[in-house]
Design a protein around this ligand. Structure first.
Ligand SMILES: [Fe+2]
Length: 400
């Protein structure tokens, strides 16, 4: 078995950009309802899958886990970009960054699915005039890279800047998903990533730094953790994000298990980097956390629900998983004693900035964060908006 080389890196910086208009002829009438009927039928036909939830991996025996780990390593060893000499293009040593462009707006959402629902989310991203999107994993759930790119392109255009992380439903066709995202990003001037796009990558675009990780989803957790720590230590940007798909049970609203591991979160907290996830199909955003992983102490949550602080040792986490696949519920049995939430938005429960709201259903939508607000490099703000135009969450972020 070959071994993944963590110092291997690629760099892409492409100067030309053309924004393509939406092609309304690209949609296929009738496709959406058929698709969802088929998905519902599958759920019913597999009661175990239904019991696990539509985003769960089946439980594996130790032998199956070992085989999957070996298969993961083989996937990650595949050709995945233009590799430059790491001695000339090391991960470390980036120059200081002036920070994000004034009022830079970034959309963050995952767990998309296919058909009319994810298309409505793409339309929302377009309507909000987000400068780019971070797709937090689990694309079309059909192992169909062409379907996923076709639907995204039909709304956002072929040259819209979208950066991925790998989700558990993207693993078997990852090489094609990744190649498609690389082709998309190759058209974007100023999009610079080192590493393995969507798996272990350190990117800067429009002055915002973000680390894209497969931690908990694919490959060795320890390697991902080392990469995250190194990528954050090497970057001097005033704002960084840590983006991956999988969760820890305490930091999502449903019943997803501990999979990402606490060390990755701790590295991001140490650096004051905001953690953005997908996987659970709801929206869940914490208050400022100062001791992530210490559940008994409420993960060190401090401050007001709608005023977040990021600094070395302080950050917050958010799950944005209402991209269209489905909408899941708040698990009150698991989370009844949680003290660290700012806003929760699920199929059966909505709390906005610490206040229970009278609403028992939810819609698809996306999280948006605006950086360098009004030209203040220490100010950012966030909001979650549904495809129906409802603002579900609003918060300010101060960087110290
Ligand atoms: Fe997932």
């Amino acid at each position: 078995m070959k071994h993944h080389d963590p110092v291997r890196s690629f760099l892409f910086t492409i100067p030309a950009l053309t924004i393509l208009a939406c092609d309304p002829t690209d949609s296929e009438p009738g496709e959406d309802s058929t698709t969802h009927e088929a998905e519902r039928a599958l759920d019913v036909a597999d009661p175990q899958a239904a019991a696990r939830g539509d985003d769960e991996d089946p439980p594996l025996t130790p032998a199956e886990e070992a085989a999957e780990a070996e298969a993961d390593e083989a996937r990650l060893d595949g050709p995945d970009g233009v590799f430059l000499d790491p001695a000339l293009h090391p991960v470390v040593g980036k120059p200081p960054s002036p920070g994000p462009d004034k009022d830079l707006l970034v959309a963050m959402v995952g767990d998309m699915g296919s058909g009319s629902k994810p298309k409505a989310v793409y339309q929302l991203i377009l309507d909000e005039q987000a400068d780019f999107a971070l797709i937090t994993g689990d694309f079309d759930y059909k192992d169909s890279p062409s379907t996923f790119q076709k639907e995204m392109t039909a709304v956002l255009g072929a040259d819209y800047p979208a950066f991925p992380v790998i989700g558990n439903h993207d693993k078997s066709k990852w090489s094609q998903y990744q190649a498609d995202f690389k082709a998309r990003l190759a058209k974007i001037p100023g999009a610079v990533c080192t590493g393995d796009l969507g798996v272990d990558a350190s990117c800067t675009y429009r002055g915002l730094h973000f680390v894209l990780s497969g931690v908990g989803t694919i490959g060795s957790k320890a390697k991902h953790e080392d990469y995250i720590a190194a990528a954050l230590a090497a970057d001097n940007s005033p704002w960084s994000l840590c983006v991956w798909h999988k969760n820890m049970r305490d930091l999502q609203a449903g019943d997803k298990p501990d999979e990402a591991g606490w060390p990755a979160f701790k590295h991001c907290q140490d650096a004051g980097a905001i953690v953005v996830m997908g996987h659970e199909h709801s929206y869940a955003r914490t208050r400022t956390l100062t001791d992530i992983g210490n559940s008994a102490e409420g993960h060190g949550a401090i401050g007001m629900p709608d005023l977040l602080e990021v600094a070395p040792g302080k950050t917050f986490t958010v799950v944005s998983g209402l991209g269209g696949k489905s909408i899941r519920s708040w698990d009150s049995g698991i989370h009844k004693s949680d003290t660290w939430w700012g806003t929760l938005y699920t199929s059966n429960y909505y709390r906005k900035n610490g206040v229970d709201m009278k609403k028992t259903s939810a819609d698809e939508g996306a999280l948006f964060m605006r950086f360098n607000v009004g030209g203040d490099p220490s100010a950012a703000e966030g909001y979650f908006k549904t495809v129906n135009g409802e603002i579900i969450d609003e918060f300010d972020i101060v960087r110290k």
